[in-house]
Design a protein around this ligand. Structure first.
Ligand code: 3NM
Length: 229
C-alpha cells in the first residue's frame, strides 16, 4: 500500500544533521492517545496541540491492536508532516517504520535501543523512559537520543509508577548529558517548580490532550517554558 503520498510523508522526516539541534531546542513535547483525549479524535487533538505550540508529537496507544494503532499513526504522520513537526511512536518501532515516523519512544520493557535502530536507522530519534539515575545513565550509554524521566509527580496517566520527585530529577540532570524530558503529572500549576530544577523540556499527556482548550493549554505551557510568562 506504500502509495506515492506516503512516500512523500517519509520525506518529511527530520534530516540526520537536524536531530541533535532539534532535541536541544525542544521545550514542549505533547503525547496523545485515544485514552486521553476526552473522547475527541486523536488527530484533531494533535492538530490543536500543534497550533498551540507543541514541538513534537508522540502517539501512545497501550490498548489498540496493531492495525488501529497503525491507522492512527498514519493519519498523524500526515498532519505532523504538513505542520513540520516530528512524530514519535510509543513502544512500536515497526509501526514507526511503517508510517515514516521520526522515531520511537521505548519503555524499559520494549526493544533494546540497538534493535530499534536496526529497524529505524541512524537518523531516527530514539527516546527512552527512565525512572532512576541508573536507568538514565544506561539509556545514555546504549545510545538514546533523549531520555524521559519521571513520573515527576503522581499521575493518573501512569498510576502504577511511584512519583520520583523534583530532587531525583535534579540528580538526573546533573549526571546525564543527553537532553532530559521531565514527565508525569506536570501542569501549569507545578511547572514553575519543575523549571527551577533546570530542566528545559517537559512532556505532557493530560495537561494538553485532556484539556478543554487544547491549543490554549499547549500555548500556556510553551510560554512558561520559554520564560515569557
Ligand atoms: N510516562 P500526564 S509518566 C506516559 O515516568 C508517562 O515515564 C511517564 O501523563 C514516565 O502528563 C507518564 O497526564 C504519564 O501525567 C504522563
Amino acid at each position: 500500500f506504500l502509495s506515492y503520498e506516503l512516500e512523500q510523508l517519509f520525506a518529511a522526516r527530520l534530516a540526520p544533521e537536524e536531530k541533535t539541534s532539534f532535541l536541544r531546542k525542544l521545550r514542549l513535547y505533547v503525547i496523545v492517545g485515544s485514552a486521553h483525549t476526552a473522547g475527541r479524535p486523536v488527530v484533531s487533538v494533535a492538530q490543536e496541540a500543534i497550533r498551540g505550540g507543541a514541538q513534537i508529537i508522540q502517539l501512545r496507544e497501550k490498548e489498540l491492536p496493531a492495525k488501529a494503532f497503525f491507522e492512527t499513526a498514519r493519519a498523524l504522520r500526515e498532519v505532523t508532516a504538513k505542520a513540520g513537526v516530528p512524530l514519535i511512536i510509543n513502544d512500536r518501532a515497526d509501526i514507526a517504520a511503517a508510517v515514516g515516523a521520526d522515531g520511537v519512544h521505548l519503555g524499559q520493557e520494549d526493544l533494546p535501543i540497538a534493535a530499534a535502530r536496526r529497524i529505524l536507522g541512524e537518523q531516527a530519534i530514539i527516546g527512552v523512559s527512565t525512572h532512576s539515575v541508573a536507568e538514565a545513565l544506561r539509556a545514555e550509554k546504549e545510545g538514546a537520543d533523549y531520555i524521559g524521566f519521571g513520573p515527576v509527580f503522581p499521575t493518573r496517566t501512569k498510576p502504577e509508577y511511584a512519583a520520583q520527585g523534583l530532587e531525583a530529577l535534579q540528580k538526573v540532570l546533573s549526571q546525564v548529558r543527553l537532553p532530559v524530558v521531565a514527565i508525569g503529572g506536570i501542569t501549569p500549576a507545578n511547572l514553575p517548580a519543575v523549571i527551577k530544577t533546570g530542566v528545559k523540556r517537559i512532556a505532557v499527556v493530560s495537561a494538553v490532550a485532556s484539556a478543554p482548550d487544547v491549543a490554549a493549554s499547549a500555548a500556556l505551557l510553551l510560554k512558561m517554558l520559554e520564560g515569557s510568562y
